[in-house]
Design a protein around this ligand. Sequence first.
Ligand code: GLU
Length: 392
Amino acid sequence: MSMASPESASFEASSDAQAKTPAFADFRRIVIKVGSALLVDRAQGRVRLAWLTSLVEDIAALHARGCEVMVVSSGAIALGRTVLGLPSGPLKLEDSQAAAAVGQIALSKTWADILGHYNITAGQVLLTLGDTEERRRYLNARSTLGRLMELRSVPIINENDTVATTEIRYGDNDRLAARVATMASADLLVLLSDIDGLYTAPPAQDPNATLIPVVPRIGAEIEAIAGDAGSELSRGGMRTKIEAGKIATSAGTHMVIASGHVKNPLKRIMEGGRCTWFLTSANPVRARKSWIAGALEPRGTLHLDDGAVAALRRGASLLPAGVKRIDGQFDRGDAVVLRGPDGAEVGRGLVAYDSTHAARIMGHSTSEIEALLGVKGRSEMVHRDDLALGVE
Ligand code: GLU
């Protein structure tokens, strides 16, 4: 497929207008997705250690600057299939599940070893579709990632391919990485790929294809040029990358696609190397708060005392002690309305307890939660990250 030149020209015009691409130094929380074709040597079925070491060097530099980094790493199936001696070409579901079970061990160990050289602790996180799409599990995964970040660990994330079946899988790590980035309110998603960005047409087919340096907004014309460039080792083509871009940019996360076929690929982007930026106009925290405030149907109401209302307005979380009364039936992770003593809505939030447990601990201090419920629950009734106040 080739693009008519006036349209290519308009891409360039829009990128000139936006010549200012974001600087890495502006980002605080970054998700880096690494494809199988980069990580695993196709002929030998082994990790490309020298390249991975150069990437980890870049990650360590970001980490040392105080950045929070998460990695979404493919490669489990590609590594495991070699060890198990499975044939090349598409695998049957049970073979890819078995390959993932074997390959994931090697994959995580490799990341942990190399990060360890830089005194960075790796944490393995395996997710299935439900972990990002079901609200209760989403909160769990989000808080685990948040805690790992606080502890300065680098999560190494992959789809849990061993238990994922066709109906319940992402299938490609581009979209998984975008969901992780939005779930963790990351401000940047980096897709390291075997292509250095989005072209006006598939470059292998069209010698006149040019790289689009900046996509200010993913519109119909961008979707139209996303061909399907999947290779045997990785599932995602340009189509899944554009899908990832839509997920990320609509939730306040910038995305950049760059080649991983160079050493120190992140440094290369920072130095202005070839890549495509997909910009977002939103801010991830604000985008999430407007989602909580507007998109979710509230399932109940928490009535707060004056002290709790004042604490929320100072930026604190809602503790059980500040809740006087509860209306409605809700599950953990549902949206609830928060009202002050005069009945006025103060804001909305995602509640950390279901209505039965919330009723049991309301009015009590956090230290009493374990005695009241028999389990050590979360300290907050609504965490401040899950709170959208009316005045925002
Ligand atoms: N989760 C798969 C693996 O680790 C890779 C999926 C993809 O390449 O997008 O092997």
